[in-house]
Structures are given as structure tokens and as C-alpha cells.
Design a binder for this molecule. Structure first.
Ligand code: ADP
Length: 428
């Protein structure tokens, strides 16, 4: 955290200083060269009026700015800084002054950090008067500005070394001191309130989950213990012993299913599952689920309508098997005797589409939004005859999430229930 705060501040400051240096240098270059230009022009005009009235240029004792007098054929007649200069007819400002009476030019001097500004005017006698002065170039200004910025940056780095440590401590300390079992939103800064609220919600859910688990396991265990007690006391008649043993067998089976569901949901919660993605044939997955549910289909005389079609998609195979098994099992469990289950497998360009419809007891519109909740069983009193943990659909929903898919349910009480599933074909 300390390192992160430090690098963030330093990166932002460095970028800001770099921009600042470039901007300031650009602005100063413009301002300074504008001043120099005005100054040179003013001096040239003054000098021209002096020379036009007959003043002898050789009397000028100035060294700065550079003053040059050039004949109309380019010969240098006078220069206050250099001797024996070559012909100047090729200089742009001279050319322009010969043609138009006035000319100017800005050229790089020998050093990269300086420019030379030249301003030339044609005198009444046809000669060209040129005045030149040094003006700073963009890089000439950028370098010192950059050095100043660098000094500021070093100063900020030193301050940051202290501030980052302090800030990191201020952020981390309340988190470290948080009582995870009873987090209290009053003792922390506002940005942590969502975390505390999440923790509280999580704690609530954990308590509720434990209470539900105990309740769900207690019910079949109480029955098992009751039947076993009757048998142990010798109260049961000889001919009823088999019936009680059967009940114990069924309840213990029910108990094992519930425990398996609880283990599954806990593993999903803790992300303790193997997420190996494989290319699967959805037809095979559906067919094998139907086969596994053969006994239930036979017992209730359910008609399963499914047309085989080979559709392939990437999935976590055993999670997908669980999703399909749960939904098809529900379509049978909550169906009427002699009912029908329609399973439709199809695809579009990117997705596998599955529809599972039954002609069963249905779910009311009011209960529909709650069916994916843990341990939720629609109208518990009616459902006690049908075995279940109320965890199946929450396992399904979790599995659908792992596949980045979607699940929707549509139902009419007493008529039908349809689940629509959509899974992307590519997961990686
Ligand atoms: P259970 O183990 O009770 O079947 P689920 O999580 O699979 O738990 O389902 C939750 C509840 O949703 C069920 O108890 C049942 O009341 C209702 N339900 C699920 N599927 C159907 C269906 N196809 N038709 C009618 N009700 C259903």
C-alpha cells in the first residue's frame, strides 16, 4: 500500500511537472522572442531615420545589437561585430528587403539553445540596414525549467516518503483492528462502510445457513431415531419391522442427499472446486441425466420428450451435469403423475440454449423470485411429501454463474414450469 501510494503520487507529479515544463517553456519562448522582435524592429526604424538624414554609420560605437549595412548587390559595407563578411544576397531578410523594402528572419545560431532574429529595412539610398539580436529558443528555456522541475520533484519525493507511510498506516490500521465477528461501522472511515456492511451480511448469512443446516438434518434424523426406537423397544409388530426398516432406509437416503447438497454449496462458496474447462457434447450430458433419473420417471409415469441433437460447448463438465440433473429432477419431482417433461436443446452463433419444461404443480408469481434462495422450498407444507433440501436451485444458479450463463424461469401455478438456460460456447 505504501509503495502504491508513493508510486501513484510520484507518477502523477512527474507527468504534471513534465507538462508544466513544456507549457511554461513554450509560453516563455513566445513571450521573450516577441519582446526581442519588437525591440529589434524599433531600433532598426530609429537607426534608419538617423541614416536617412545623412548620419555616418561608422560613427556607431555600439556592439549590441549587431548592426549591418549591405549594398543592393549583397556586399557588406559595415558590421559592428564581424569583419570581412561574405556576400549577403542569399539571406532571406536581405532578399525580402531589396524586393519589398522590409524583411525578417529567425535562424538557429551555432548553439542549439539560441536563435538569432534579423530585421532589415531598405534605406533611401538603396542600401539595406539590418539589425540582429539573440533570442532564446524553446530548448534553451526548457532545459533550465526542466532542472527546476527536477528539484521540485526530488523535494516531493522526500515529502512523499513520509506521507505515503503515514497514509498507508491510516488506511490499513482500522482494517486490521476490525472485529470480523462484530464489525462496527461507527469506528471506521466512510469508505469502509460497504466492507463492514458486507461483513455483517455475510455473518448473518452464515448464522442463517448454520441454523438451516441443523434444522434440515435434524428432521430426517429425528424420524430415523424414532423408527429405530420403536424397533428396539419391540413395540413394532413382526410384520411392520420391514416397513420401519424401509422408512429408515429412505430417511437416511434423504439425509445423505441433503448432506451432499450442503457439501456442494459450501465448496462453491469457498471456491474449492476444480474449474477444468472441457469441450462437451450437451446431448450426451442431457441423455445421461435422463438415464440416471430413469427410476423416478418410471415411478411417476412421466413422458420425457427430447430430440437428440449434437451441440458442443465448453463447460466445467461435472458442474454442468449438476445443473442439468437438478433441473430435470425438479421437472419430474414437481410434476403430476402421468405428466410430461419437454427438453429442448438448441444453439445460436455463440451460445448453447436449453429449455426444460414440465406440466407439473407450477410456482406462483409471488414465490418465483425466491426459488434460488438457499433452503427455500415453495409452500413447505405441500412439499413435505416431496424430498428435497431447498439447495438444488441455488447450486444451479451458482453453477450458471461459473459458466457466465443465464437462467430464467417462467411458471403458471398448477399448469407448467419452464426454465430457460443460456451458456456461452467459449469459456476460456
Ligand atoms: P428442492 O431440493 O426442494 O427441490 P430446489 O432448490 O431445487 O430445492 O427448489 C426450490 C423450490 O422451488 C422447490 O422446493 C420447489 O418448491 C420449487 N421448484 C423447483 N423446481 C420446480 C418445478 N419444476 N416445478 C415446481 N416447483 C419447483
Amino acid at each position: 500500500m505504501k509503495k502504491r501510494i508513493f508510486t501513484t503520487i510520484i507518477s502523477i507529479t512527474s507527468i504534471a511537472l513534465l507538462f508544466f515544463s513544456i507549457l511554461i517553456s513554450g509560453f516563455l519562448t513566445y513571450l521573450l522572442s516577441d519582446n526581442v522582435k519588437n525591440e529589434v524592429r524599433r531600433e532598426t526604424i530609429e537607426l534608419k531615420s538617423l541614416l536617412d538624414t545623412g548620419y555616418n554609420i561608422n560613427n556607431i560605437s555600439l556592439i549590441n545589437p549587431r548592426i549591418t549595412l549591405i549594398s543592393p548587390i549583397g556586399e557588406v559595407i559595415f558590421d559592428n561585430q564581424h569583419d570581412n563578411l561574405e556576400n549577403h544576397l542569399d539571406r532571406p531578410e536581405i532578399k525580402s528587403a531589396i524586393e519589398n523594402g522590409v524583411g525578417e528572419s529567425l535562424r538557429n545560431s551555432d548553439t542549439i539553445d539560441q536563435n538569432m532574429y534579423y530585421y532589415a529595412l531598405r534605406l533611401d539610398d538603396g542600401n539595406i540596414l539590418r539589425v540582429a539580436m539573440v533570442t532564446s529558443s524553446f530548448f534553451g528555456i526548457l532545459i533550465p525549467v526542466f532542472i527546476i522541475s527536477l528539484v521540485i520533484l526530488i523535494f516531493i519525493i522526500i515529502i512523499c516518503l513520509f506521507v505515503a507511510g503515514h497514509q498507508a498506516n491510516a488506511i490499513v490500521k482500522p482494517i486490521n483492528e476490525l472485529n470480523l465477528a462484530h464489525p462496527n461501522a461507527d469506528t471506521i472511515y466512510p469508505e469502509l462502510v460497504p466492507l463492514v456492511n458486507n461483513l455483517n451480511l455475510h455473518n448473518e448469512m452464515r448464522k442463517e445457513f448454520s441454523a438451516n443446516v441443523s434444522h434440515e438434518l435434524k428432521t430426517p434424523l429425528t424420524s430415523i431415531s424414532g423408527y429405530a426406537e420403536i424397533m428396539a423397544n419391540g413395540i413394532a409388530k413382526e410384520e411392520d419391522i420391514r416397513m420401519f426398516a424401509n422408512k429408515i432406509y429412505n430417511e437416511s437416503h434423504n439425509l445423505i442427499n441433503k448432506i451432499n447438497d450442503i457439501i456442494k454449496i459450501s465448496k462453491l462458496d469457498e471456491n474449492k472446486i476444480d474449474l477444468e474447462i472441457e469441450m462437451a457434447n450437451y446431448d450426451q450430458l442431457i441423455t445421461s441425466c435422463i438415464e440416471k433419473l430413469d427410476k423416478f420417471i418410471f415411478d411417476k409415469n412421466i413422458k420425457v420428450i427430447y430430440h437428440h441433437i449434437n451441440i458442443y460447448g465448453e463447460c466445467i463438465v461435472y458442474v454442468m451435469e449438476d445443473i442439468l440433473y437438478n433441473l430435470i429432477q425438479n421437472a419430474i419431482k414437481y410434476n403430476k403423475t402421468n405428466g410430461t417433461v419437454f427438453i429442448n436443446l438448441s444453439e445460436d452463433k455463440d451460445n448453447v440454449l436449453i429449455k426444460i419444461k414440465d406440466t407439473g404443480i407450477g410456482i406462483s408469481k409471488a414465490e418465483l423470485p425466491r426459488i434460488y434462495e438457499r433452503f427455500y422450498r415453495v409452500d413447505k407444507s405441500h412439499n413435505t411429501a416431496i424430498e428435497g433440501s431447498g439447495l438444488g436451485l441455488s447450486i444451479v444458479k451458482h453453477g450458471v454463474g461459473l459458466h457466465h450463463g443465464s437462467i430464467e424461469c417462467d411458471s403458471d401455478l398448477g399448469i407448467q414450469t419452464t426454465f430457460y438456460l443460456k451458456f456461452p460456447k467459449k469459456l476460456k
